[in-house]
Design a binder for this molecule. Structure first.
Ligand code: GLA
Length: 705
């Protein structure tokens, strides 16, 4: 057993103080404190109330029932009914700068538990556990969770919900006894239960309050829980949901949880997001892509759907290049017999009736125009109406004897089947090796109902084998950019982001809906990983119409693209596409590297977002008027994050075409600009113009001294 001592992990502004002894307990997770910590420790010895166990019980990193901790246990399992209440005793501690590794064991239960916890220079905590079966006999795991304590002042939650074409919606609720729990059993990260939550002090907001944000990096089933114990202590827990009998460890075998990422900020949600964004930019996205300029896309999907004619596609490419597009993507419909969404998934061979001269002429044309070429795949899926299924009906991820419901007419391929895995690898590497493909859109368009492999549940292995397939391709083709798409935003998380570099947040290109979706996604992801396309004036999902200005400005704040048929658009629309593409390129370096702010204003019908350059020399602010202005005057825009002493020239980069006609007089600065100090901007602000609903305005600030 270890002697009791305190260990500190420090970030830039935050600190974890962990007491280690027989077990480990986090005593403090918040702003840095100073002083002789060992002397301070006695300030935290808890009373032992009546009517409870006769000793104090700590909330450990993996709560154990056997220790008398009645919270949701960190590990639940058994060895044929035995060894089900382990109590782990700490044996070994290793600490380096930002990392702590703990080895604990329960020799009686025949289990070893190792815990990794780190706090990096961006104030992001990462933690995970590994359990090893050290005794003879199989150990069956039912649950295995990551647990982090929350302080008593974490009184409210912000959680996420959504659905197809309405991802990343947020809701607020108090954190009370009984707690909050979300379960995702859809087999992918899911639109419905994005694996993140935020706990915070009463009324925490974008700008103020203590917040603790959590992101569980896993692309399969999960459970998140935040709870208040009967004694008032609070905690957060994240785990993979294991299906019955899914995880069985033979002697010597181990199971590791996904990483749980967490970050504390005393500067509200903006501070939290800025920390997560910095971490994602520096430690999650592959270095191959962090320094690469993200090219503007044109994706053919909403332009032509399954109607592929290479001559026509080449004319789309010609037009795209004229608009300033830098990467041209052929979406679904290019492979053998794929004429609609009922057939052909799995048959990853070019449709030679549609492309009699092959793909080369199209790719060569795209490249000659100076654009990269990209192609759509949905590797994990299979239609029963496909040559692949006819040859290998046993490759389905399914349970024999049941007919599971289809999703978009399709089934899932069992990636634990090595022949199926090798086939998919061979098909994808064939295309990536043979053609000059710079990007693939990796889609996944159905939920997983019965992930059965040889009769047994295998949801976890399916997700791991999916990671293996992407990793194997990434190793062979490290410079091919991969976008993670699952009917839009159904597979967006940090674990898949390690092996991809762009997300398709939603199939909904409606600018108003996108404002909400992109806002929700911004809590944990920086804008450059967020695919954001200008759709046609008549949105295909909502059938709503939006001006090109609103669509253009909404698509601007991400990894921009266009998703329509440029051949069919009129001259004015095309001029505007080109204008927004050029505008995006001119501020892209700032958008994709700066500090992001979500700015509350005096009108709830506004949604304002700003990006300030790291050196505080410039900023852009997007003011979106989502609904009718609440008052006749729009109030002030107060912009945080600038240099207090510096002077900034404020000007309008883009505004609605009928801007001057909205009211009798708009603020004079919107015509002739104004000059204000950074501290003025933050404290006093700039008067906002009156905008019509579903319009937006882009403002630029440049430091002039
Ligand atoms: C999914 C994607 C779309 C498109 C289609 C193609 O729905 O989200 O963007 O690629 O598949 O079938």
């Amino acid at each position: 057993m270890q002697e009791r001592k305190l260990i500190e992990l420090t970030g830039k502004q935050t600190q974890l103080i962990i007491e280690v002894g027989e077990f480990a307990e986090i005593l403090h997770w918040g702003n840095k404190v100073s002083g002789d910590l060992d002397r301070c420790r006695s300030a935290l010895y808890r009373p032992v109330p009546q009517g409870r166990l006769d000793k104090d019980v700590s909330v450990t990193l993996s709560p154990e029932l056997g220790r008398g901790l009645f919270s949701s246990p960190g590990l639940e399992g058994h060895r044929n009914g035995q060894d089900w209440a382990p109590v782990f005793v700490l044996k070994n501690i290793e600490q380096s700068d930002h990392k702590l590794s703990l080895e604990s064991e329960d020799p009686q239960a025949g289990l070893c538990l190792s815990t990794e916890i780190q706090l990096d220079e961006y104030d992001v905590v990462k933690t995970r556990h590994t359990v090893t079966n050290t005794k003879s006999g199989q150990y069956q795991i039912n649950r295995f969770a990551n647990t982090l304590p929350l302080p008593a002042k974490a009184k409210e939650l912000m959680t996420f919900y959504g659905r197809w074409v309405k991802e990343f919606q947020t809701q607020r609720q108090p954190l009370l006894h009984g707690g909050y729990q979300q379960e995702n059993r859809r087999g992918r990260t899911s639109h419905e239960h994005y694996p993140a939550l935020v706990a915070g002090s009463q009324n925490f907001s974008e700008i103020v309050g203590d917040v603790w944000g959590f992101h569980f990096a896993w692309s399969g089933n999960h459970r998140l829980r935040a709870d208040v114990k009967a004694d008032g202590r609070r905690y957060m827990q994240a785990e993979v949901i294991y299906l019955p009998g899914e995880v069985v460890l033979e002697e010597g075998e181990s199971l590791t949880t996904p990483w749980l990422y967490a970050s504390y900020s005393d500067r509200g949600l903006n501070g939290m997001s800025q920390q997560f964004h910095a971490h994602v930019r520096n430690s999650v996205i592959s270095p191959d892509f962090t320094s690469k300029v993200r090219p503007v896309h044109l994706n053919t999907w909403e332009g032509i759907y399954f109607d592929h004619d290479p001559e026509y596609i080449m004319s789309m490419a010609t037009q795209a290049a004229e608009l300033g597009v830098e990467r041209f993507i052929i979406d679904d419909g290019w492979f053998k017999a794929r004429d609609d969404d009922t057939a052909a998934l799995g048959d990853w061979f070019l449709d030679e009736t549609k492309y009699p001269n092959g793909l080369e002429p199209v790719i060569a044309h795209v490249n000659r125009l100076g654009m990269e070429f990209g192609l759509w795949f949905e590797p994990e899926m299979i239609n029963k109406d496909s040559d692949l299924y006819r040859a290998h009906p046993d490759w389905l991820l399914a349970v024999d004897g049941y007919e599971q419901p289809t999703g978009r007419n399709q089934y899932v391929i069992d990636l634990q089947n090595n022949d199926a895995f090798d086939y998919l690898y061979e098909r994808l590497s064939h295309f990536l090796g043979q053609y000059n493909i710079a990007y693939i859109k990796w889609d996944m368009n159905r939920e997983i109902v019965q992930p059965g492999h040889e009769g047994r549940a295998s949801g976890v292995r399916q997700t791991e084998r999916f990671y293996d397939l992407v990793d194997k391709l990434r190793t062979q083709f490290p410079h091919v950019s991969i976008e993670s798409c699952a009917s839009g935003g159904g597979r967006i998380d940090y674990e898949i982001l390690k092996r991809t570099d762009r997300f398709w947040p939603s199939d909904n290109n409606d600018a108003l809906e996108r404002q909400h979706i992109q806002r929700g996604m911004s809590y944990f992801f920086p804008p450059e990983v967020m695919g954001s396309h200008i759709g046609s004036g008549h949105c295909h999902c909502s059938r709503r119409r939006h001006s090109i200005e609103f669509r253009g400005l909404t698509a601007l704040f991400g990894h921009m693209g266009i998703e329509l048929d440029p051949v069919k658009e009129d001259v004015t629309e095309k001029e505007n596409f080109a204008r927004y593409v050029a505008l995006h390129k001119s501020i892209r370096p700032l958008l994709h590297s700066g500090t992001n702010w979500r700015i509350p204003t005096d009108d709830e019908a506004h949604q304002v977002q700003a990006v300030v350059s790291e050196d505080q020399s410039e900023a852009v602010v997007l003011v979106a008027q989502l609904a009718m202005p609440t008052n006749s005057l729009s109030g002030h825009l107060r912009i945080p994050g600038l240099n207090d002493q510096a002077t900034y020239r404020v000007s309008v980069l883009d505004k609605p075409s009928f801007y001057e006609k909205i009211v009798n007089t708009q603020p004079s600065w919107t015509a002739s600009g104004c000059e204000v100090s950074g501290s003025w901007c933050r404290e006093v602000g700039i008067v906002l113009p009156v905008l019509d609903p579903e319009t937006a305005m882009l403002i630029k600030l440049e430091r002039i001294n």
